[in-house]
Write a protein that binds this ligand. Structure first.
Ligand code: ZN
Length: 324
C-alpha cells in the first residue's frame, strides 16, 4: 500500500471535501468500528477517501506528491546537495556503487538514491543542476520517502527549456514538546537534560537497514548477500520548558549531534568510557532538531526521530522570541 502519513490524509480529505477535520475523523472512526478494528486508521482513511470519491494519490510530477511504494515516478527537480559515490562489495565479490543527492522543487525536497550505472553521470551533476528523473521508485527509509533509481531509471541532465522556481525546503513548523502528536513532522528547540551512550547494531552495507535474525543468521531480507556494516543510535532527553521528549539520532544524525565521524563511533564501541566526556559536554546545550514523532508502542510514549539537527544560536533564538 502507498504510505501517506495520516495527518496528510486528513489534510487532503478536509481540503477536498470541505468537511471539518472533526467530521473526517468521525467518518474514519466509524469505518474502524464497522471493520471491528481489523484495519489500521490509515487503511480506514483510504477506504473513506474512496467512498467520498477523493483521490489521495495523484501523479502531479511534484515532489510533495511522492509517497513510499509509488512506482515509475517522473519529476523535474533542482539538485540541492550531492554526496560522494560510495563503492561497496557484494558477497559475490562484485563491486556495487551507490550515490545520493537531494532533489528539490517548488513543493519540497526528497533524497534520490542512485544505484550502480545511475552513478556514472555524477560528475556532470552539481548543486543547482536541473534534472528530469524518470522511472523512479519511492521507498521509505526511517519514516521518510526517498526515490531510488535503478538500471531502468533515467536522469536527464538540463532538459531543454525547463526551469524550477524557488525550492521549498522541507522545514516543518516549530512546536512545543507538549503539543507534539504521533506521526507529525516538526522542529523542536530545547536543552539536552540527559544523554546516553550510543548503541550499536549490524546493518546491511547496501541499504543501511538493521539486519534481522533469520534462522540464527543476521540478514537483510532484500540484500541477503550484502556485507555487514555497523549502525549506531544515540538517545538524549530534550527539555523545552513545556515537557521533555526522548530524541533518537541514527548514524549521520548522531555524528552531527556531537560533531564526530564514523571512526570515532567505532572507537566509542571499543572504549565506551571515552564517551563520558561527550555526554557531559552535551548536557545543558541547546539544539534545534527536525524530525518525526513516533509512538514507542512498547513503552506507550512518544519519541522524536531526528532527521536533522543543528546547535541553536541563542542570539538568533532570542530575536525569534522577540518577534513573537
Ligand atoms: Zn539491504
Amino acid at each position: 500500500m502507498i504510505k501517506i502519513p495520516y495527518p496528510e490524509i486528513l489534510a487532503k480529505l478536509t481540503q477536498q471535501t470541505g468537511m471539518t477535520q472533526e467530521q473526517v475523523e468521525q467518518k474514519i472512526q466509524a469505518k474502524l468500528q464497522q471493520l471491528s478494528g481489523l484495519i489500521s486508521k490509515e487503511g480506514a482513511a483510504h477506504i473513506v477517501a474512496n467512498e467520498l470519491g477523493i483521490k489521495l494519490i495523484q501523479n502531479t510530477g511534484k515532489i510533495k506528491d511522492l509517497y513510499p511504494e509509488m512506482r515509475n515516478v517522473e519529476f523535474l527537480a533542482k539538485i540541492q546537495n550531492i554526496y560522494e559515490v560510495r563503492e561497496f562489495l557484494r558477497a559475490d565479490q562484485t563491486a556495487g556503487k551507490v550515490g545520493r543527492f537531494i532533489a528539490g522543487d517548488e513543493t519540497g525536497t526528497i533524497p534520490v538514491v542512485c544505484w550502480n550505472t545511475q552513478t556514472d553521470n555524477f560528475q556532470q551533476l552539481s548543486q543547482g543542476t536541473i534534472v528530469r528523473i524518470t522511472s523512479g521508485l519511492v521507498r521509505e527509509n526511517r519514516g521518510q520517502a526517498e526515490v531510488h533509481l535503478n538500471d531502468q531509471s533515467r536522469i536527464i541532465i538540463n532538459p531543454k527549456g525547463e526551469t524550477i522556481g524557488e525550492v521549498k525546503l522541507n522545514r516543518p513548523a516549530r512546536k512545543p514538546i507538549k503539543e507534539l502528536k504521533e506521526d507529525e513532522q516538526a522542529e523542536v528547540f530545547g536543552t539536552i537534560v540527559q544523554a546516553f551512550n550510543p548503541t550499536f547494531f549490524e546493518t546491511c552495507s547496501q541499504c543501511n537497514k538493521r539486519l534481522k535474525n533469520d534462522n540464527n543468521q543476521l540478514k537483510c531480507q532484500e540484500h541477503p548477500t550484502a556485507l555487514q556494516d555497523i549502525g549506531y543510535v544515540m538517545n538524549v532527553y530534550l527539555d523545552d520548558g513545556t515537557d521533555t521528549i526522548k530524541c533518537v539520532f541514527f548514524r549521520q544524525q548522531a555524528e552531527k549531534l556531537i560533531n564526530k565521524q564514523k571512526q570515532d563511533f567505532l572507537n566509542y564501541k571499543q572504549t565506551p568510557e571515552t564517551f563520558e566526556e561527550i555526554k557531559t559536554a552535551l548536557l545543558g546545550e541547546q539544539f534545534k532538531i527536525f524530525g518525526r514523532v513516533k509512538k514507542n508502542t512498547f513503552f506507550d510514549r512518544l519519541e522524536f526521530i531526528a532527521n536533522d539537527v543543528a546547535p541553536a544560536d541563542p542570539k538568533e533564538e532570542n530575536t525569534q522570541e522577540e518577534r513573537i
